[in-house]
Design a protein around this ligand. Structure first.
Ligand SMILES: [Zn+2]
Length: 347
C-alpha cells in the first residue's frame, strides 16, 4: 500500500526563505529541473518567486534525506509558492513520518510509551479526518496549535518512532468514520464537551472527569490584565465595549468552566461567551476558560487552571494514566467514549 501522504503548511506569509541541503532535487513546479546553487534564497517576485535571482513560478525541492528550511530539517518534499501575502511553504511527506516528528512537538518522547502510542493514534486520526475534509486544497494541516504542532524532522527520535510504528495505521472511528480527535494539554480535572466550545454536540466528546492531570502537573496560571488592554482586544474582536470598567464571570457549565464574561461599559453591559473572550485575549494569554476574575477598576486579575480548550484527550491526564498502568487502548476509550480503534486508516 502506498503510504498516505499529508500536506502540512510550514510557513504562511514569509518574506524570504533560506533552503539548503545535500542531494536535493529542485524543479520549477512544472517538473523542469532548476539549475541553481545551494543554498537558496527565495523571495516573492510578482505573481511568482525569485530563487537566487532567477524567476520561477513555483519551487519544488525533494530529497531522500532532509531539506533545510530556515535552519530546520524537513522530510520528503517542500513546495514554495506565492501566496496572497508573501510565500506559502508546504511540506508533503508520508503521514507516519509526520507523526514521528509531531510527538516531541506535542508531548515528549520521554513520557511513558502508552501515552506516546495514544498521542500517535489521536494525531493520526486528526490528520486523516482533516485530509478527508480538506481534500483538493493546497494543504490539509496547519503546523501550529490551529491543528497540530509540527516543527520538522530534527526532533524525531527512536521512542517517538517506536510509538508510531506500534500503532501503524490505527485511527479512532465512530459509526465507521474516522473521528475528529480533538485533544489538549491539561484539563485540570474535567474535560470539556464540544458543545460548550463549538456549539456542536458530538457523542464521543461530552466531557469526562480526569484526576490524573492535576496530580502529576497541577497547572495554575494568573495574569494582571489592564482594563485598557482588555478593551482594545475585545473591541478588536468586534465587541462593543467602549468605556469598559468591569469584567465579571457569569455562569459555569457542568465541567466547571466559565460560560460567559459580562463586560460593564459606558453604554451598559455586554455578554461575551468565555470561549470568545479567551480567543480575543489570546489563547496563550488566557490559557483556558477555567478561570476566576478578581476585580479592580484599572486592572482585573485572571486566575485560572488548566491549559487548552479541554475537549477530547487530556495529554497530562493520559500521561498519568499510562504511569498507573493503563494501556493506550484503555486511555483512548476513556477520553473518547464509544469509539473504536480501527487499523488500516479506518478503511
Ligand atoms: Zn486532565
Amino acid at each position: 500500500m502506498r503510504p498516505e501522504m499529508v500536506r502540512v503548511a510550514l510557513f504562511k506569509g514569509a518574506e524570504t526563505l533560506r533552503i539548503d541541503g545535500d542531494g536535493v532535487l529542485l524543479t520549477d513546479g512544472r517538473g523542469e529541473p532548476l539549475r541553481v546553487e545551494m543554498p537558496l534564497e527565495v523571495r516573492r517576485s510578482g505573481s511568482g518567486l525569485s530563487v537566487n535571482g532567477k524567476s520561477v513560478n513555483r519551487l519544488v525541492a525533494s530529497a531522500f534525506s532532509r531539506i533545510s528550511v530556515n535552519g530546520k530539517g524537513y522530510r520528503a518534499l517542500v513546495e514554495v509558492s506565492a501566496a496572497d501575502k508573501g510565500l506559502l511553504v508546504v511540506n508533503e511527506l508520508p503521514l507516519e513520518e509526520y507523526l514521528v516528528g509531531l510527538i516531541n512537538c506535542e508531548i515528549s518522547s520521554a513520557w511513558p510509551i502508552e501515552a506516546i502510542k495514544a498521542q500517535a493514534v489521536i494525531a493520526r486520526s486528526y490528520a486523516v479526518y482533516q485530509m478527508q475534509a480538506r481534500r483538493g486544497q493546497s494543504y490539509q494541516l496547519e503546523s501550529s496549535v490551529m491543528d497540530q504542532v509540527y516543527e520538522g524532522a530534527d526532533v524525531e527520535d527512536s521512542r517517538a518512532a517506536y510509538g508510531v510504528r506500534e500503532t501503524a495505521g490505527e485511527v479512532l472511528t465512530y459509526d465507521g468514520k474516522t473521528i475528529q480527535a480533538f485533544y489538549h494539554s491539561n484539563c485540570a480535572g474535567h474535560t470539556e464537551s464540544s458543545k460548550n466550545v463549538w456549539g456542536l454536540s458530538i457523542p464521543y466528546l461530552q466531557g469526562v472527569p480526569c484526576r490524573y492531570c492535576g496530580e502529576s502537573n497541577p497547572i495554575r496560571w494568573e495574569l494582571n490584565l489592564p482594563m485598557r488592554k482588555a478593551e482594545a482586544s475585545l473591541r478588536g474582536a468586534g465587541f462593543q465595549v467602549a468605556g469598559l470598567r468591569e469584567l465579571r464571570v457569569r455562569g459555569r457549565n457542568q465541567s466547571g468552566r466559565v460560560q460567559d464574561v459580562v463586560a460593564e461599559c459606558s453604554r451598559g453591559s455586554v455578554v461575551i461567551p468565555a470561549v470568545a473572550f479567551r480567543k480575543a485575549l489570546g489563547y496563550g494569554t488566557v490559557k483556558s476558560t477555567n478561570f476566576e476574575l478578581r476585580g479592580g477598576r484599572d486592572e482585573v486579575q485572571v486566575v485560572g487552571t488548566g491549559s487548552g480548550h479541554g475537549v477530547g484527550l487530556c495529554q497530562w491526564g493520559a500521561k498519568g494514566r499510562a504511569n498507573e498502568g493503563f494501556d493506550y487502548r484503555e486511555i483512548l476509550s476513556y477520553y473518547y467514549p464509544g469509539v473504536r480503534l480501527s487499523g488500516g486508516y479506518g478503511r
